[in-house]
Design a binder for this molecule. Structure first.
Ligand code: SF4
Length: 376
């Protein structure tokens, strides 16, 4: 038995999170949403592995129509990830059980419209369509207005502030059927963000996860560290393990999530856990429908192999699957790669080095890594 915070119950379709209900394990389809057959196949794999909730992204109207077709073929508990296009909620909400929005993404469309009006729109849609909401704050795309001049860019304060602000707004709109997430790719920062939020709002159910955790086994290890410290302290009502995996192995996220929860409840944890900051840190996104070249997954695994020689060096390499979020999410890495359809972009400490073919990027990465190691 895991002692849990007394959060309020939130119903998501036939699943209830919070209020001491079992911790729900969830994942997200990484196939293009418009490929209905592939997405349904992945959805079924995730369900067979024991997924309680499955998230599917909708970026545009074609995705929305595909998601409606997917719903027609499946009775899984479905969450839609609205990405930047919040108005799609109107089309999709009647067909799903939960809407996830990212506060940092509410600025991308209809820039002149106040974000509070956009949230009010989402709340109305959710209320009319029996949907729950997740306020999904992510370190790579925090609301820009939350950064004060001179603020330490490693601070988790802007994430916490954004999550608290949105919670207050949802409360003021009379909407309580929501949960919150505050994910970072660094497990210790993830723990700090969730803990700070739960100190102020212990009653709000939390969706816990380390974003862009990378590949197994390191990605599972990072997630385990965060889950042990959070869930071991009563924080967390639903979890997702975000791993970079080929599409036919995506269900391993569910298997890993269940295994970590089983270990925590059986007391198979380390009392003091620290992710080793003195070694090479590889972060990579779990992929999603935005991936334009599936070679991304293979590339991420090859980066892991190719950079093993530098394991003893405290450097961070980030590998991201798309051109939309990749540029921003690699900003803090020593070396960052993000994948387009034909080229992989490379940057070093925020400075773009160029775009390279998939068959030439590893050599260039190796050269840049050697240069950093020599100068560190
Ligand atoms: S970086 Fe791009 S491909 Fe990767 S999970 Fe984020 S949006 Fe999807």
């Amino acid at each position: 038995m895991i002692q849990r915070n007394a959060t309020r119950a939130v119903r998501i379709g036939r699943v209830i999170i919070g209020d001491h209900h079992p911790i729900a394990v969830q994942s997200m389809c990484a196939t293009p949403t418009t490929d209905v057959d592939a997405t349904l196949a992945q959805l079924r794999l995730l369900e067979q592995a024991g997924a309680d909730i499955v998230r599917i992204a909708a970026d545009n109207r074609k995705d929305a129509q595909a998601l409606i077709r997917i719903r027609g073929e499946s009775n899984a508990v479905l969450s839609v990830d609205l990405q930047e296009n919040y108005r799609l909620a109107e089309v999709i909400a009647p067909h799903v059980d939960k809407i996830r929005y990212n506060p940092g993404h509410l600025y991308h469309h209809e820039r002149k419209k106040p974000w509070k009006d956009k949230v009010a729109f989402l709340v109305d849609i959710a209320g009319e369509n029996d949907c729950a909401i997740r306020v999904g704050v992510n370190a790579g795309s925090v609301d820009p207005e939350k950064f004060s001049p001179g603020e330490d860019e490693n601070s988790v304060a802007p994430m916490v502030e954004s999550a608290l602000e949105h919670s207050d707004l949802l409360d003021s709109l009379g909407f309580s059927r929501y949960c919150v997430s505050l994910k970072d790719s660094d497990p210790q920062k993830t723990v700090a963000a969730y803990t700070a939020f739960a100190d102020v709002r212990p009653e709000i159910p939390l969706h816990v996860g380390v974003t862009e955790a990378g590949m197994p086994p390191m990605g599972i290890e990072k997630t385990r560290i965060a889950f042990e410290q959070l869930i071991g302290n009563g924080i967390g009502d639903t979890v997702r393990v975000s791993l970079t995996l080929p599409n036919d192995r995506k269900h391993e996220e569910i298997i890993a999530g269940r295994q970590i929860l089983t270990d925590i409840s059986a007391g198979r944890v380390r009392t003091v856990v620290h992710f080793n900051p003195d070694r090479l840190n590889l972060i990579s996104c779990p992929s999603c429908s935005r991936v334009e070249n599936e070679a991304f997954i293979d590339l991420a695994h090859k980066v892991q192999e190719r950079t093993r020689w530098a394991e003893e060096h405290a450097l961070t390499i980030a590998v991201m699957g798309c051109r939309v979020n990749g540029p921003g999410e690699t900003d803090d890495a020593d070396l960052g790669l993000w994948c387009g359809p034909n080229y992989v972009n490379l940057k070093c400490r925020g400075e773009k080095l160029g775009a390279f073919r998939y068959d030439e990027i590893l050599d260039r990465l190796d050269t840049e890594l050697a240069r950093l190691v020599e100068n560190t």
